[in-house]
Design a binder for this molecule. Sequence first.
Ligand code: ABN
Length: 178
Amino acid sequence: MRWFDSMGERLTRQITYNSSRRSVLARISKMMVGAAFIMPVLPIARAAPPRAEGDGDGLSDHPTEKQLSSCDYWRYCGVDGFLCHCCGGTAESCPPGTQYSQVSWVGTCHNPNDNKDYMMSYHDCCGRTACDRCSCGEQRGERPGYEFFRHNDVNWCMGNRELVYHCTVSRMLGPAKN
Ligand code: ABN
């Protein structure tokens, strides 16, 4: 491996003699800019639950502010808890400083705009004390508490590191197959 060491040394010396510090820095920056075009290096939040394909912003029916704060809005048909839209988040995203629950309650809601059914996933947002605004207790598809896994009055933060419940988001998974 001696020949390899001396070749490396010769090469390094050659580069050092033939280039200034500025030109080396310029070359490195050019390489970094080129690499950014070839493979995007922006971070991706993998902890967030996946969004349904073709769902765009997830709220393609363009609900009004009033609808988003009302338990009667069709997407909230199985929600039990405080609407995150009233708590500094949105109908679909947790407020800053909270984390999506690892487990969720799922349901099927009917969209009156296109007369179709959609699979919904209700995640609790965890890590801050209860928001206490826009309290909803919708019961579509719910069963009494003794059927634990078919009951939605449950703190879904139970599977997270932070157990404290703050509010609930309603994420659309996609059209329900009837
Ligand atoms: N899923 C909302 C919730 C949180 C805590 C207790 C009951 C219900």
